[in-house]
Write a protein that binds this ligand. Structure first.
Ligand SMILES: *[C@@H]1O[C@H](CO)[C@@H](O)[C@H](O)[C@H]1NC(C)=O
Ligand SMILES: *[C@@H]1O[C@H](CO)[C@@H](O)[C@H](O)[C@H]1NC(C)=O
Ligand SMILES: *[C@@H]1O[C@H](CO)[C@@H](O)[C@H](O)[C@H]1NC(C)=O
Ligand SMILES: *[C@@H]1O[C@H](CO)[C@@H](O)[C@H](O)[C@H]1NC(C)=O
Ligand SMILES: *[C@@H]1O[C@H](CO)[C@@H](O)[C@H](O)[C@H]1NC(C)=O
Ligand SMILES: *[C@@H]1O[C@H](CO)[C@@H](O)[C@H](O)[C@H]1NC(C)=O
Ligand SMILES: *[C@@H]1O[C@H](CO)[C@@H](O)[C@H](O)[C@H]1NC(C)=O
Ligand SMILES: *[C@@H]1O[C@H](CO)[C@@H](O)[C@H](O)[C@H]1NC(C)=O
Ligand SMILES: *[C@@H]1O[C@H](CO)[C@@H](O)[C@H](O)[C@H]1NC(C)=O
Ligand SMILES: CC(=O)N[C@H]1CO[C@H](CO)[C@@H](O)[C@@H]1O
Length: 503
């Protein structure tokens, strides 16, 4: 991989001539030699949307505008240095929140209750807790609601305060501006010694910090759809993953946390080149790999937007597209919103990157696809035509299947609680991999918004006694929801309460 090395170090040579020669050589390599040596599925970390729009799967494009390697490339030596640490057990557990009063959702299969896992993580903390969250709103009074379902959130806030009393440090990165204008959670915690930085993502990228993850004692990790919001514990459907006893992945995610932290310093700007110590060599090309309980696990984190991906970090979009491209037997995805457009940049722009990948998987490779999308009182009904368009591709004669269902959580007697009773999960699962992320599937989430994802592949190392893998468990949860009475087909949408279905 000699040419790759040349690509990684051009910044050392300031002479333009050298740069262009290197670039030319590299282009020659990328276009003519590399496809011959490497498998044809490597074009994941695509730099420019034009590439995605017009040549989604064709060419190898691994340069950023600065002419730097996109960092997916690795040197064997580096990889050895960061091999799965021998003390790491790395146990992966799915966690979820189910809104109160869903009597027809089967009790099994189920992931661990999120609130229980969060409380246990905080109880176990001895040294440090790092939290990245879009916003904080852990008490009912934040939004003027007096409801018993806010209690778990309030208990969580108290638990965080006791953490500080136990001399466990608490470091928080959150988005600025915030949604939760009335919340005093952060002031309360700062008063007790928490370190807090508000990351001005609007100023930096015209986006928000939408990531939601925890790093506990630099060895346990939580990542998922839940905000630090009491409604995420009792009123919103959420899905996440906890990785226990895994310092290698915790240290890796900490690098992403540090990208936020540094941008929260007064006057900070996004570095053109992130310093070397923010780089990673745990990524799509080279996930971490380990064996525990007879299970071989590979895993890596992805991040967005691209400007917050130092060298080596796989972009969230690339991770998602690779998952779709790899799928063979099935692809099931649950997302809150589905728009093949931009959502926040005006005028809205068509952005069929994920849409095309789904259609391609269904049409070219006959992968059966199921999408479970949420609808609540605050949903935007203009997404339904896009979903109907996807579903219209279904053609049994051609063995093409794209099924869409809408998950509607009955509001019931919870109408006093605004912006809740929706499915907020964001995950996808194939026979090969599980992806748990924080992004809605529309353009902005991948181009301006800070988000993270984790991609896990497990396989049983003991074919005699195969234990269920993360993919099996996530598929089970998806099927539970898909077959529940809360999942409504697009045709039956008109007339449904608790969902804004009028297009
Ligand atoms: C802030 O609190 C006031 C008083 O409780 C309430 O009326 C208002 O709706 C709250 N604002 C938000 C954004 O929740
Ligand atoms: C909240 O509601 C309970 C009963 O539902 C009541 O006892 C309590 O006083 C209320 N608290 C506030 C702050 O209104
Ligand atoms: C916390 O640290 C402070 C200062 O180092 C010390 O005085 C105090 O005893 C510690 N408290 C606990 C519970 O360890
Ligand atoms: C993490 O490791 C500790 C110490 O080896 C062990 O006691 C604990 O059960 C492990 N946690 C999980 C969730 O496996
Ligand atoms: C990288 O090194 C700088 C300078 O020592 C330090 O301030 C920063 O926190 C480090 N970043 C990471 C991700 O380790
Ligand atoms: C449809 O495609 C799937 C996936 O390639 C394949 O397993 C299945 O046998 C095909 N069915 C028919 C009827 O061709
Ligand atoms: C809300 O409805 C659920 C069942 O639909 C019921 O169990 C619960 O008691 C009700 N709560 C209130 C406050 O009415
Ligand atoms: C998803 O999109 C909706 C509508 O644009 C937005 O309100 C919500 O915050 C987004 N994301 C989350 C929380 O994933
Ligand atoms: C998943 O892991 C197994 C064994 O660890 C490996 O053989 C397989 O190639 C992996 N699959 C993917 C899609 O990475
Ligand atoms: C608790 C939570 O994250 N709620 C979100 C539900 O979805 C709405 C948008 O429909 C968001 O604004 C809320 O933040």
């Amino acid at each position: 991989m000699k040419a790759d090395k040349t690509m990684q170090k051009p910044s050392k040579f300031q002479i333009i001539g050298v740069l262009s020669v290197t670039w030319l050589l590299a282009v020659v390599f990328m276009y003519f030699l590399r496809p011959a040596i490497l498998p044809p599925v490597l074009n994941l970390e695509v730099e420019k949307e034009e590439d995605l729009l017009y040549r989604p799967w064709g060419n190898e494009k691994t340069f950023t505008e600065e002419g730097q390697s996109n960092g997916g490339e690795l040197e064997e030596k580096e990889v050895e240095e960061e091999a799965w640490s021998s003390v790491d057990a790395c146990k992966f557990v799915l966690v979820e929140s189910i809104p109160e009063d869903l009597p027809y959702l089967p009790a099994r299969p189920a992931a661990q209750p999120l609130i229980q896992s969060w409380m246990e993580l905080l109880d176990s903390a001895q040294d440090s807790v790092h939290v990245a969250s879009f916003y904080w709103s852990l008490t009912g009074s934040d939004i003027g609601v007096n409801d018993s379902s806010s209690q778990p959130g309030e208990e969580l806030l108290e638990k965080l305060e006791t953490l500080l009393a136990r001399n466990v440090s608490l470091t928080i990165a959150t988005s600025d501006p915030t949604l939760a204008l009335n919340s005093t959670d952060l002031e309360v915690l700062m008063g007790k010694g928490a370190q807090v930085r508000k990351i001005p993502m609007k100023h930096l990228t015209q986006g928000v910090l939408h990531s939601k993850f925890w790093i506990v004692d630099m060895k346990h990790v939580y990542l998922g759809s839940a905000n630090m919001d009491w409604r995420s514990l009792t009123q919103v459907k959420e899905l996440g993953i906890v990785i226990y006893n895994c310092s290698s992945l915790a240290h890796d995610l900490e690098k992403t946390f540090q990208t936020y932290w540094i941008l929260g310093a007064p006057g900070a700007t996004i570095p053109k080149h992130w310093p070397q110590n923010y780089s990673t060599n745990i990524n799509w090309h080279q996930p971490l790999q380990g064996t525990l309980d007879g299970m071989v696990t590979t895993a890596y984190f992805s991040a967005s937007p691209p400007v917050l991906c130092p060298k080596g970090r796989t972009r969230d979009l690339g991770a998602l597209l690779s998952l779709i491209r790899d799928a063979k037997d099935f692809l099931y995805a649950s997302v809150m919103e589905y728009f093949p457009t931009s959502r926040f940049q005006h005028p809205f722009k068509y952005w069929p990157v994920i849409d095309n990948a789904l259609r391609e998987a269904a049409f070219n490779r006959h992968v059966p696809i199921r999408l479970l999308i949420s609808c609540g009182k605050n949903s935007d009904p203009s997404m339904f035509p896009y979903l109907r368009s996807l579903q219209a591709l279904t053609n049994p004669q051609a063995n093409v299947t794209i099924d869409v269902k809408i998950f509607i959580i009955p509001v019931g007697n919870h109408s006093n609680i605004p912006f809740s009773r929706v499915n907020h999960s964001k995950y996808a699962v194939t026979e090969k991999k599980a992806y748990v992320g924080t992004s809605n599937w529309s353009e902005d989430y991948f181009t301006n918004t800070a988000g993270v994802g984790v991609i896990v592949n497990q396989s049983s190392s003991d074919p005699q006694h195969p234990a269920p893998t993360i993919q099996d468990n996530l598929r089970g949860i998806f099927e539970r929801d898909w077959q529940s009475p809360y999942a409504i087909s697009l045709e039956k949408l008109p007339g449904q309460q608790d969902c804004v279905w009028h297009a």
